[in-house]
Design a protein around this ligand. Structure first.
Ligand code: BYC
Length: 470
């Protein structure tokens, strides 16, 4: 299989040239994608040269090529991890049997739904971030935003490749629909909740890439275990790109936190806002918001859909290899559930609890990130701790939705929630204040006052490199 193909219209390592029907279908979709990109992609920056990374192969030590490129000319390609001819189902009812290279008829709808849901998030995030280029805190951050955006575009290509290759006419229709839904649109919204929320400033962008992209990591990892081999192989390669998105989020928030501490020490009253920064309690509110929105993305705590997808061998657990048992018949997961309005600890059949199991892995990973932010605060000599909320707090999906809980997980009534939610989640005044700070800084090497510089530049380059040519 060829691995580096850069001269084709659609770069790929799937021998597209050898499948004329598919090549035609993708080449017919490509102009629609470009139209969508120009209409909904980064506003105002399409004609600029941006220092971007492009995937050109799947080789671990050479897949990324860095150069200046105008975003509409970005070479969105299709890359799957090489096939392992001996791979077998790693979980579910078909455990141990050879993986599938075609879609099994009985699971066609379930699989299409999973691929469409995954695919829908990719253009959604580009739409959510469309206006952020107008207020970037530095050229370094501006470039990182666009890097995230073009790679989400490539992830859409990855899912569209699967739809067009394996789902015939339905797949082609779904591929078109992916370009028609719009984040936040009342009539044609994106499928999952968090992808309809506004990401209207850079603090939300960093929280989104920290928490929502991290859901992407866990969902992609669960799909990377799939017994439908083309899905597994494409998700494995997507995960390599996802890592940079979470890096942007985690280090972005870390830099805002560091600057908050610096400004706190500079101000005679320790008032960060008086110094034009974002104070730690406000950072905590946005953390609560994006963490809780992202917890929703794992679906209901008890889910027959999750059980069915596992049984069918389509969606596994995070790193299935780490587990001893892969069929999960007759096993249970002890978890908190809501019964007659009360929280009780109960054993739930493991297959039905798999959304919660994956969410549990995600929560541990989020905690590791928050611990690193808290280390920054401590190193600055400030006494303050950022915290993840209880997984019951501010939920709109699953069994905790419809009830109200404090960030500590204590159940409260609706009136108390209404009276206190502004203490825990950003209120209008917070949002107005954060937006008032969002003034673009486009001078090489300069940073907005509310954020510390990054520890190092991109691809070994200095911080004052011209990451975007103005
Ligand atoms: N919002 O049985 P349930 C990423 C629906 S992020 C709205 O509880 P199930 C990225 C559900 O569809 C990763 N609706 O859960 C990050 C179902 O509807 P139907 C994206 C929701 O089915 C940043 C009903 O509620 N990838 O890549 O196990 C930037 C009952 O569902 C939500 C994936 O999610 C919600 N939050 O669904 C760019 C992987 N949650 O069928 C990219 C693919 C659930 O009754 N998706 N519903 O109409 C899946 O694996 C699963 O569909 C879910 C859980 C994880 C969404």
């Amino acid at each position: 299989m060829s691995t580096v193909i850069t001269d084709e219209k659609i770069p790929n390592n799937v021998n597209l040239a050898g499948d004329k029907r598919l090549q035609r279908a993708l080449e017919a979709w490509q102009p629609h994608f470009i139209d969508w990109w120009k209409q909904m992609g980064p506003l105002g920056w399409q004609e600029r040269d941006i220092y971007l990374r492009t995937a050109i192969s799947v080789e671990a030590n050479g897949w990324a090529h860095f150069d200046y490129v105008k975003m509409p000319d970005y070479r969105w390609g299709i890359f799957l991890e090489p096939k392992d001819p001996n791979r077998t189902h790693g979980f579910g009812d078909f455990y141990g049997q050879p993986v599938w290279d075609e879609v099994p008829g009985e699971f066609r709808n379930m699989l299409r739904r999973l691929i469409v849901t995954q695919g829908d998030t990719e253009p959604a995030s580009v739409e959510q971030q469309r206006n952020l280029g107008a207020t970037a805190p530095s050229l370094y951050d501006l470039r990182n935003l666009f890097q995230v955006n073009v790679e989400e575009g490539r992830h859409l290509w990855a899912m569209v490749y699967l739809l067009q290759t394996y789902f015939g006419r339905d797949g082609r229709e779904e591929a078109e629909e992916l370009l028609k839904r719009r984040s936040g649109d009342a009539d044609k919204p994106r499928i999952l909740g968090a992808f309809n929320e506004p990401t209207s400033h850079w603090l939300s962008f960093f929280m989104f890439t920290m928490f929502t992209d991290r859901d992407g990591k866990y969902q992609l990892a669960a799909l990377a275990e799939s017994g439908f081999d083309p899905l597994a192989r494409t998700c494995r390669f997507m995960l390599t790109e996802e890592a940079h998105h979470m890096f942007v989020g985690e280090t972005g928030v870390q830099r805002v936190v560091k600057r908050a501490c610096e400004l706190m020490k500079k101000d005679p009253n320790g008032d960060v806002r008086a110094q034009g920064g974002i104070d730690l309690p406000t950072i905590q509110k946005y953390l609560h918001l994006w963490y809780s929105l992202s917890l929703d993305l794992f679906g209901g705590e008890v889910s027959s859909n999750a059980a069915d997808a596992f049984a069918a061998g389509l969606k596994g657990r995070y790193k299935e290899d780490r587990y001893d048992e892969h069929k999960l018949i007759g096993t249970h997961h002890a978890m908190d559930v809501l019964e007659d309005g009360k929280v009780v600890h109960k054993d739930i059949a493991m297959r039905n609890a798999l959304n919660e199991v994956l969410r549990g892995e995600y929560i541990k990973d989020c905690q590791r990130g928050v611990d690193r932010w808290n280390k920054t605060i401590k190193d600055e000599g400030i006494s303050f701790e950022l915290r993840l909320s209880s997984n019951r707090f501010h939920r709109q999906i699953g069994m905790w939705s419809g009830h109200h809980f404090t960030p500590d997980g204590e159940m409260i009534d609706a009136a108390t929630w209404e009276a206190r939610k502004g203490e825990w989640l950003p209120n209008d005044a917070d949002e107005t204040y954060i937006k008032s700070l969002m003034k673009p800084v486009y001078d090489r090497g300069k940073m907005a006052n509310w954020i510390a510089p990054p520890a190092k530049g991109i691809n070994g380059l200095p911080g004052d490199f011209e990451y975007v040519k103005l």
